[in-house]
Design a protein around this ligand. Structure first.
Ligand code: SF4
Length: 432
């Protein structure tokens, strides 16, 4: 059982250079003052402001003291410190966990997008001795990633085919997906956008590209809903998010904005009071969080979600069904119950998209239906996400439900309930 405690003030003197760095454009001017074309995101040293007082669980704090003894608790709670100190190589990872020969081989073989990347915080949740631990399987590559199974593709949802300008996917008439960055704090080994995330030095759209996408949205009145995603849009600093949200909310036909992010789960330190002050200015603002396993439901994450919920941001969770990670009713029930406890509504359960090298994660569709059957009626309706397949080729999300209608007898529908009992519902057939 973890023990919660608040981060004490550290002995570290304010302004110590070892605490400081910044994720920012390499221009000395602020983002708002920058010229149309901005240089790419990079990490630079800076003198950090003192990090906010945030919870650190006993487990993570013990991990910090063992593996990052020079990091103060203020460092640990500084999201920029977490990003700067991400674990990016086999050598770094082997310092923290007993890397299996397979894992080591897969990391050393890697080139291109979807590199290895874990925040120290998320690494503290990894079982150092069990390569089959669910969280570890989602974050540490294995050689199966290099196999391409039938039906797999680099862009199975054909997002690139429905992109009117770089960074925008416009598939459904009334909404767009705005991919503002390829940077993630943790790279999920089953990522639908594995073709682009982490590529090219972890890009973010330059200001001119953002302007072009904003122009498209402004010139397309049927767009009422913008989902900002990536990569992880909360990789952008507060100033850039403020600017982007203000520009979107200034477009009259954009009724609301959503942010799709995994940072509250893998980098809860990002949900600092300063960020929340920015976000709460742009209601209606919704957030889709990406949870995978109940091991992610830590005191830090609960606090981060509470802060967002207190700011009036409705929180939904999207979970990918993953073999050997969360593909049983009990694990999924614990996850869904835990989400409701931290004020996050389970939203979608996704069948794992057929991206290249993901077959080892994919379950039969029947497994997803079995999980929905194991939840629906057996627990609170709010705890039951909608199970969907995102249709390959760009057909959109298709919901899958167990078949509760078992037939018809005359004017009666025959319905099976959650316990397997059949009931009649009088439903006279409509005369044609
Ligand atoms: S956080 Fe999202 S975009 Fe980033 S690697 Fe994971 S699934 Fe992909």
């Amino acid at each position: 059982m973890t023990v919660e405690r608040m981060c004490d003030d550290d002995a570290e003197p304010p302004g110590s250079s070892r605490t400081g760095f910044d994720l920012s454009y390499s221009s000395s001017a602020s983002f708002l003052d920058s010229p149309a074309s901005l240089p790419p995101l990079r990490i630079v040293s800076r003198t950090a402001a003192r990090a906010p007082r945030l919870t650190i669980s006993a487990r993570s704090d013990a991990f910090r003291r063992r593996f990052f003894p020079d990091a103060t608790r203020s460092d640990w709670n500084d999201w920029r410190w977490q990003v700067r100190n991400r674990i990016r190589s086999a050598v770094e990872l082997a310092r923290l966990i007993d890397l299996s020969a397979e894992e080591r081989e897969a990391i050393l073989r890697h080139t291109g997008p979807l590199p290895v990347g874990l925040t120290p915080y998320y690494a503290s949740l990894i079982d150092p001795h069990d390569p089959l631990q669910g969280l570890r399987r989602t974050a540490v590559p294995v050689p199966d990633e290099y196999l391409r199974a039938p039906g797999e593709a680099d862009d199975p949802l054909a997002e690139d085919d429905t992109s009117p300008v770089p960074g925008l996917v416009h598939r459904y008439p009334d909404r767009v997906l705005f991919l503002v960055t390829g940077l993630c704090s943790v790279y999920c080994r089953y990522c639908t956008r594995s073709r682009m995330v982490g590529a090219g030095g972890e890009y973010s759209l330059k200001k001119a590209q953002l302007e072009r996408a904003l122009d498209y949205i402004a010139a397309t009145p049927c767009i009422r809903d913008v989902l900002i995603s990536g990569g992880d849009p909360l990789s952008l600093d507060d100033e850039r998010l403020d600017w982007l949200l203000a520009r979107l909310r200034a477009i009259p036909h954009v009724e609301f904005v959503r942010i799709g992010t995994k940072n509250p789960v893998v980098l809860p330190q990002r949900i600092a009071p300063a960020l929340v002050r920015v976000l709460r200015r742009y209601h209606p603002l919704w957030m889709s969080l990406h949870f995978t396993h109940p091991d992610e439901l830590t005191p830090e994450v609960a606090e981060a979600c509470g802060r967002l919920a207190d700011a009036g941001i409705p929180l939904g969770s999207q979970t990918v069904l993953l073999r050997g990670v969360n593909d049983d009713v009990e694990t999924m029930r614990r996850l869904m119950h835990g989400l409701l406890r931290i004020r996050v509504r389970p939203y979608y359960l996704y069948q794992c998209d057929p991206i290249s090298g993901s077959a080892h994660f994919r379950t039969p569709v029947e497994k997803g239906l079995e999980i929905v059957r194991g939840l629906r009626g057996h627990t609170t309706g709010y705890a039951v996400p909608t199970y969907v397949i995102d249709a390959p080729g760009g057909g959109g999300k298709i919901p899958l439900t167990p078949d509760y209608v078992v037939g018809r007898e005359g004017d009666d529908l025959l319905l099976r309930n959650y316990a397997g009992q059949v009931y009649r519902y009088h439903d006279p057939a409509v005369e044609g």
